[in-house]
Design a protein around this ligand. Sequence first.
Ligand code: CP
Length: 308
Amino acid sequence: MRHLLSPLDLSVEELDTLLDLASDIEQHPDKYRHACDGKKLATLFYEPSTRTRLSFEAAMLNLGGNVLGFSSADSSSAAKGESVSDTIRIVSCYADICAMRHPKEGAPLVAASKSGIPVINAGDGGHQHPTQTLTDLMTIRSLKGRLNNLVIGICGDLKFGRTVHSLINALVRYTGIKFVLISPNELRIPSYIRQDVLEKKHVEYQEVERLEDVIGGLDLLYMTRVQKERFFNEEEYIRLKDSYILNAAKMALAGKDMLVMHPLPRVNEISVEVDDDERAVYFKQVQYGVYVRMALILTLLNINIPDA
Ligand code: CP
């Protein structure tokens, strides 16, 4: 039995196979309509979500399976003090696979150690968000045609943004990747990512504060929200929340092929006037999220479709 707790749980070869499967699902959805008949996905969300929970549910429904679960800790027995370890033992009796989001880093890992079913980390605190990374990789591969030889700007809250940590972990395994890390000093990338991932893998990167200075040299700009829910000090959040606002004037400084991605939800960091720019692909990115989650469910449940 396999879990997905980090993007590194999949080798580069397995990742390529999964993305190929996701592309086949995109092109031939009818082939997969009954792939999960009789199977159940549990969504255990201890933290708010729109995309991740609903795309997992849409993915399982598209595969012919069913879904059950809860969308907040308050509506589960966690509110009465039940542990994650006990909850997963219970859910293993009801479902075939589960996706868990939790505010505490490592909670899905604890669940996996007690689980009778595959556990997918759907975001744990400020740590990792591997299925967002699968979504991001499919978006980049589909729209740029490659996952190597890219200059990737990542802008915003690099300290608490778990999508950023997972994406960097996944992309350092490809060749010719250069990161431009754009953040206020207070929200710089954590030192464990800088030292244990970027420097250890000898990946080229630079850290800057001004988006305008670097936007012209990027193949891809990955914008992120300042993660209000991870701040201990509200005044600090208010001071930093509008550090970056991508607008038409800044887009005018970017190359004609630079893609703008965002894991969403956005708050103010991308002006709505950018939405109609054809380089803005954050809503397309959401659709890719359904295909990769379908492919992931099939992979973890070991379901093979003939001629897939
Ligand atoms: N991208 C993402 O994780 O969105 P949700 O928080 O809405 O699931």
